[in-house]
Design a protein around this ligand. Sequence first.
Ligand SMILES: C[S@@+](CC[C@H](N)C(=O)[O-])C[C@H]1O[C@@H](n2cnc3c(N)ncnc32)[C@H](O)[C@@H]1O
Length: 192
Amino acid sequence: MDAGCGPGAYAEWLADRGAEVVAFAVSEKMVRLARERLGTKASVLQADFDLPLDFLEDESFEFVLSALAMDYVSDWDRVFGECRRVLRQGGRLVFSVEHPCSTFVHRVYRGAGNYFETQIVNTEFTGFGEPVTMPAYRRSLGAMINTLIKASFVLERILEPAPTERFREADPEEYEKLSRMPGLLCLRAVKR
Ligand SMILES: C[S@@+](CC[C@H](N)C(=O)[O-])C[C@H]1O[C@@H](n2cnc3c(N)ncnc32)[C@H](O)[C@@H]1O
């Protein structure tokens, strides 16, 4: 399962390696782009991760991926509950979010809030022509990990990815920043 699939790059990666993929996103446009990319390689649906995933059967997946989508979802108790329900025993959940250290520096340290509270924050994206403002939820590290543990997942790995050489060639200034402070947090957990 690719939850919050965007234009379907990860769904495609998984399908090309033999996975039978169900991908979904809340945005109609992303669903259209993912369908264009994936054709018959994967099943792409429009669905909201903030609601029950009634269209998916219990214990029907070995792997749930969610890349940079859960920041936009309010109820992580429900999300992890649904991930647990659809995963088989031993199945894995891998997800990435904005790193709480980065959101702390950009939001709280500069005076816009309280680290310990989950807060709605607006980010302006400027890389798509007209600027787009996207609301997201900023959470503490404890709020993230304890919600995962409460849903009876076993945390296997935490990754704070550093930028690659290719990144440095493309954007040396951002490379310098992200080499000193993490931008993203990736977690891998297993259903026992
Ligand atoms: C930043 S994009 C990431 C896309 C893709 N995972 C990737 O890494 O290329 C965020 C995606 O999350 C989806 N999304 C945001 N809120 C969602 C929700 N409540 N339920 C399902 N998808 C959601 C958006 O539609 C979009 O496809």
